[in-house]
Every structure is written in structure tokens, then in C-alpha cells.
Design a binder for this molecule. Sequence first.
Ligand SMILES: [Zn+2]
Length: 482
Amino acid sequence: MRRCSGQRRMAGLIAACCLGVSAQAQAVEVDNMRLWSAPDHVRLVFDMSGPVNANVFTLDNPDRVVIDLDSTDLDFDIGKLDLDDSAISKVRTGVRESGGLRVVLDVSRAVAPKSFTLPPNDQYSDRLVVDLDYPGASAVKDPIDPIEAMIRDQEIAAQRAQTEAVAEGNPRKAEAVASAVEAQPHPRRDIIVAVDPGHGGEDPGASGPDGTHEKDVVLQIARKVKQRFDQTPGFKAFLTRDGDYYIGLRQRTLIARQQKADFFVSVHADAVRSAQPYGSSVYALSQGGATSETARWLAASENQSDLIGGVDGNLSLDDKDEVLRGVLLDLTMTATMNDSLATGGQVLDQLGRINKLHKSSVEQAGFVVLKSPDIPSLLVETGFISNPREEAQLKSPAHQAELAQAIYEGIVAHFRQHPPPSSLLAWQRDQGRGSASNEYRVQGGDTLSQVASSHGISMKVLKQANGLDSDILRVGQVLTIP
Ligand SMILES: [Zn+2]
């Protein structure tokens, strides 16, 4: 009997012990936290040892965000989080009475939080993602000037009216629109170029044998491309991503549309399993990609008002039949693709002067970022990060500057041949050659050959026109462009 009861007690102990183990297995740990700061939001990612239930809410006076995690322990030093450039001024943690973890984010501005969980994948464990959006903030650091945006809107409206007249088979109406635009004082607007560094944040893109991430080198190259445009009268560039954070592919084209971009160029670096392949390639949208995208735009009514409706709504095609809408979109898409291919050829030509080309002509593919129906777009694979030699080059500031210069020159060459009607370049062209107003002020980092090629002239001509006997320029020097 005694023996028997002893055995029963043992059995009871084992059961309690097992219960204890299973209760502990339910608790999860925060192993790591990552923070990605963007101009219009900050993303906080919790890497968890298992799935977690979270409750996220805001409190005011002072503004803060509370993240309650059920049955969770913290195994991470929150002092490691870099809060710079984010709305989060401080992170505090505490143990909840019910046994979970409470994380409190003190914030310096109004935020709209949203959160979701992600299952494990090859790279990461279970994750909790908390996004704090900044209401009213722009997704880009230097948004388009409102006056430039207005001029651009008027130009877009006029071009759409012309396209519409062509789609209707009414050339006289198209001419009337064109001459009405010409009668206006010339606004001389800047040509806006969207420079899109691929990947970012949790998406590192391709990685090289030495551990270089695509997202980092393409951001460095893209910043150099933007700088070259910003130094050139008649151009202005912005970055869709200017930091280490993630942006969705559709979001990138949306930002370009919001910023009234004339051109979109996405900057990437290739990777393959083999270490051998190397060289640059340039992609434009494929016909198949264009056709499926046209169908998508026609199907989505909210897009129609955005694309065809015009900004002030007076070009709305809601009253037009579906056939006409389709013709209009096809015309727009075809013109956009032709522009993309022509510019791609120019960029490839420039890249071929400084780097080996992986493919000698512009390739076409259905990449999502190339699918804006009305913004000519290119994707440049600057090189193979999987090739050890090219990985080292992609990291080199000098090589990055050469790649940036090639991308810049290809796009500028296209716009010098085909300037948008209300642009400064169109005005300069109309003034004819030899105009005294054609001057260029030298910026830091300029070289004589860059200035010459970006204006489509030879170094010799530029030197003669300015009486220069050396190739050395000084910052602030004003050059006459013949
Ligand atoms: Zn990429």
C-alpha cells in the first residue's frame, strides 16, 4: 500500500513537471529587434522565438505607443536600437502583471500604428512587425515644388488632351491643343527624374561573396545619380528610397507618379550562383508586361481616374466607352515603351564605355517597377555582385561615380533630343544655338568632360567657347555653353 501510494506521488510529480515544461514552451522570447526609419514611417521588427499575440495601441500626454506581448520574455538589449531619424525618442520595457512583456515607445510626433505577424522563412524566425506611419508626411525627403507640380500637371493635361484627340481620330483638335499650349508663356520647368534604389530594409537584395548587400551599393550609386541631375540646370531628381528601409514595388511607382516624374530609373545589382558572370544590363518593360498591365489599369476603376482622368478631372474618361479608353491607354503605353527603349539604348551606350556589358542590347521583362503606363522607366543592373571582382568595384566610390555618370548621361542625352514641351530644355532648344542665356555654373566634383558631354558638345568646343587652355575647372565658374 505504502509503496503503492509512493508510486502515485511520483506519478503526480512527473505530471506536474510535465505541465511545467509545456507551460514554459508556450512562452516566447524576443531574440532581436530591428528598426528601419523612412521619411514617412518607422518600422520596428521583433524577431521572436515563436508565434506571439500582440496588442498595439497609442496613448497621449505624452504621445506614446504601447506594444503588449502575451507570454513573452525580452532577450535583447534595447539600448542597441538606433533611433536616429525616427519619430521614436525612447524605448522602455516592463513586465506586465499578467506575465507578458510591455514595450513603450515615446514618440516625438503623431503616429498611426499598425502591426502584423509574419511566419518564419529561410532568413528569419517568427516576427512581429509594427509600422508607425506619420500622417501627412511625404515619402520622399525633397518633395516636388508646388509650382513645378502645377506646371507639370498642366502639361500632362495638355498631352492627355492631345492623345485623346488622336485616339478619337481628330487631328485638328490635337493641333488646336498644341497651339493653345504654345501660346502660353513658356514655364521652363525642370525635368523630374525618379531614381529608385532597389530593395532596402529587411530586403537586402543580392549579396556578394564578401558580404556586400545590393541594397547598400545601389543606394550609394542612386545618390550619385541624383546629385548629377541636381547639378544640371533644367533637371531635378529625387530618390524613392533615401535610407535603409523597405518600400513595396507598386509603392515605388506610386511615389514617382505623386512626384510627377518624367522618368523613372531603378538601380540594381545582379547575382547568380556562379561567380563568373559580370557586366551591366539595362531592362525596359516587355510587351507582355505592358499588355497585362494595360488590362490591369482598365480593370481597376480607381486607377482610371488617376491615369486618364487628369488632375483636375476635366479630362475624365468616365463618359468615354471602354474601346476608347483601351485605345488611349495603348497609345500612352506604346509611347512610354518607345521612350523607355530609346533611353535604355542611350544608357547602355554610356555604360558600355565604362564597364563590360552583360547583354549588348536593351532587354525587356515584366518587372513591376517598370509598369507605369505613362512614365518611361528603366531598370539598370549595374553589375554582378556575385562576381568577386565586380563586387569590389561596386563598393568603390570611383566606380559608383562612373556608373552614376553613365546612367545620368544616357537619360540626359534622350531628353536633349526629346525635351518635354514646358521644360527648360525645350525652351533652350527653341531659343536656338548661340543664346547668351545658355550658361552653366560649375559645381563641386564637375569635370570638363562631364560638363561637355552633359550638354552634348565636345570638350574642344567647350574650351574654345570659354577660352580655356587647361581642363581644370573651379567651383562657381560660369561657362558659356555654345
Ligand atoms: Zn535587385
